[in-house]
Design a protein around this ligand. Structure first.
Ligand code: XLS
Ligand code: NI
Ligand code: NI
Length: 437
């Protein structure tokens, strides 16, 4: 008996006029845009943690989710059964990818050896289901933040034994990810930061984090894993400050410790908000550095100051994301990974479908809008015009390195004043963008 019996077969594409809540209005996997199918542009991915382990609990109340296939126990059998249900969901939704933490898919044992064994037992089912369904692993990761041993962090813990335990856990998670053909491996530094600076040796902690990531790179080489590593920036929560606070901080860290060749960024919308940035800002920072890897697609709430991990349906936002992604060459190993959870009040299994379908449509529509903007070329042209002074004469000479402070001073002494500025036309830009929505 299927777990999602209300959804008989794969969610169909019915087009923008459809009123069927279980159909796509914009995500037409086969449709071609800029020479690539929508499926290959968007590379949608479902996260195991929120979708199959989220209980709906919050600091004020217990779990609410109805998940009839899950007996609520920590047994390996339950985990294996859950894995099969997860693949039924991925397949019916038509998501080509999924992502997980080691401890989402398999229960933590009493010892590390037992945890490894549990993970292997569930990974065998994941592998079988991947082969049966064709759904692939976008990335794997290790949960280095839930267990009490990680209360001071993992790689940045003041306890060297905890660093060692975390290393052992990542070694295994990386091996399982590789075994399952994972296209990437993510580090989100959940507690790699501080709560109080008086008790913290920040320099030493950051050096330990760099050492940890180098050990991961070394182990990847040893086992033949050649995919990218991702760092997922987030400025705070659960800690007061996380070292990987935003895209710029991550890039600086990766450069300082010679890790940039092996790492790209996995940017999450709600984390950008917490950092006081827009997602567009984060995408531009990463893209300009050639480090745009993948996105955790979600959204926050304007009035709540934490990581609410909602499904994004705002077309203005998805258009901005897709415009930047296309601009920097599109997603290759990464994807649009729904690190998002249904609200506590949306407790029925069918809500998982509504949530994913709506957000997939919002990104698909964003992709169409971004592609239309690019095909038209007006925005690009307006930006180019704004910088026209750099294309010839003085600007081109400066860019070519043909000037010094002395030569520039001479020029301005002769001229007396710089040529007048043109208008920034922000309002016009914003108006033009609305024409495509
Ligand atoms: C938490 C993060 C987490 C990572 C994976 O805020 O978004 O879910 O994506 O560890
Ligand atoms: Ni995330
Ligand atoms: Ni998050």
């Amino acid at each position: 008996m299927p777990a999602f019996s209300e959804v008989a077969a794969a969610i169909p594409y019915e087009g923008p006029t459809s009123r069927n809540p279980l159909a796509f209005k914009h995500y037409d996997a086969e449709a071609m845009i800029e020479g690539k199918s929508m499926r290959d542009h968007l590379r949608f991915s479902v996260v195991y943690w929120h979708t199959f382990r989220g209980t709906g609990s919050d600091p004020f109340g217990a779990g609410t989710m109805q998940r009839p296939w899950d007996d609520g126990s920590d047994s390996v059998e339950n985990a294996q059964k859950r894995a099969r249900v997860a693949f039924e969901f991925f397949e019916k939704l038509g998501a080509p990818f999924y992502a997980f933490h080691d401890r989402d898919v398999a229960p933590e044992g009493k010892t590390l050896a037992e945890s490894h064994k549990n993970l292997d037992a569930v990974a065998a089912v994941l592998k079988e289901e991947q082969q049966r369904s064709g759904v692939k692993l976008l990335w794997g990761t290790a949960n280095l933040f839930s267990h009490p041993r990680y209360l001071h962090g993992a790689a940045t813990s003041c306890n060297a034994e905890v660093f060692a335990y975390a290393a052992a856990q990542v070694k295994k998670a990386l091996e399982v990810t590789h075994e399952l053909g994972g296209e990437g491996y993510t580090f989100w530094g959940g507690r790699e930061g501080y709560q109080c600076l008086w008790n913290t040796d920040m320099k030493r902690e950051q050096e330990h984090l760099a050492r940890f990531l180098h050990l991961a790179v070394d182990h990847a080489k040893a086992i033949g894993y050649t995919g990218p590593f991702y760092i997922e920036p987030k400025p705070k929560e659960p800690t007061k400050h996380q070292y990987d606070s935003d895209a710029a901080a991550c890039l600086n860290f990766l450069r300082q410790y010679d890790l940039l060749p092996y790492f790209k960024l996995n940017l999450e919308t709600n984390h950008a908000t917490l950092a006081g940035h827009t997602m567009q800002h984060e995408l531009e920072v990463a893209g300009a550095a050639g480090a745009l890897g993948s996105i955790d697609a979600n959204t926050g709430d304007l009035l709540l100051g934490w990581d609410t991990d909602q499904f994004g349906t705002d077309i203005y936002m998805t258009s901005q994301c897709m415009y930047s992604i296309l601009k920097y060459g599109g997603l290759t190993t990464g994807g649009v990974n729904f690190d998002a959870k249904v609200r506590r009040e949306s407790f029925e299994p069918i809500d998982l479908f509504y949530a994913h379908i709506g957000s997939m449509d919002a990104y698909a529509r964003g992709l169409k809008i971004a592609a239309a903007m690019r095909a038209d070329g007006r925005i690009e042209g307006m930006v180019r015009d704004r910088y026209a002074s750099w294309d010839t004469g003085l600007g081109a000479e400066i860019e070519a390195g043909d000037h010094s402070f002395a030569s520039l001073e001479k020029r301005m002494l002769d001229q007396g004043e710089a040529a007048p500025n043109a208008s920034g036309r922000q309002e016009l830009f914003e108006n033009v963008i609305n024409e495509y929505l």
